[in-house]
Design a protein around this ligand. Structure first.
Ligand SMILES: [Zn+2]
Length: 168
């Protein structure tokens, strides 16, 4: 299965410092895919993600990995504050409290992760959601949907679909 991916760069990004790309911070958009694209294309919003995944699995790239997207706000993870500097921001279309992540979203996120897992040497410990890095301030993702997402990524690691280094 392969999902369509297109690029629509957001004005809401910083080229420096270079993103450390240590892991991924997951979000949900609440707004629809098209509404989110419009918001993230508006400089007045001052908000962006590296990518959005629609309910059908289609992906839009808004900020290049090496650049800083503006999605985390006041946040900390694994002893570092300001998650925008070291985590990529990836958002799922929808409100995970109202609707579960679709199977297409769960398959599409794996497609997005595969090349980066090798390139950046990622591990499960560096996958996190907004709720956990900004406790009491942000509620995405729904904890049960976070568990589904994590189980999907864990399954891909266990099956060898996500590998830190190429075999051999
Ligand atoms: Zn969020």
């Amino acid at each position: 299965m392969s999902f369509r991916e297109f690029t629509h760069l957001s004005p809401n990004r910083a080229l420096e410092p270079v993103n450390a790309c240590q892991g991924v911070l997951f979000h949900h958009t609440v707004l629809s895919f098209s509404e989110t694209l419009a918001k993230l294309s508006d400089p007045a919003s001052q908000v962006s993600y590296h990518g959005i995944i629609s309910k059908t699995g289609e992906r839009c790239v808004l900020v290049r990995d090496a650049e800083i997207a503006w999605h985390a706000g006041v946040s900390s993870f694994r002893g570092q504050s300001g998650c925008n500097r070291f985590l990529l921001g990836l958002a799922f279309e929808g409100d995970t409290y109202r609707y579960p992540l679709t199977n297409a979203q769960l398959q599409s996120v794996l497609e997005w992760l595969v090349p980066r897992w090798i390139r950046y040497g990622w591990s499960l410990e560096w996958m996190i959601d907004h709720r956990q890095v900004a406790p009491g301030r942000k509620n995405d993702l729904n904890p049960s949907e976070w568990q589904r997402l994590l189980a999907t990524i864990e399954g891909a690691v266990a099956s060898g679909a996500l590998v830190t280094r190429p075999p051999g």
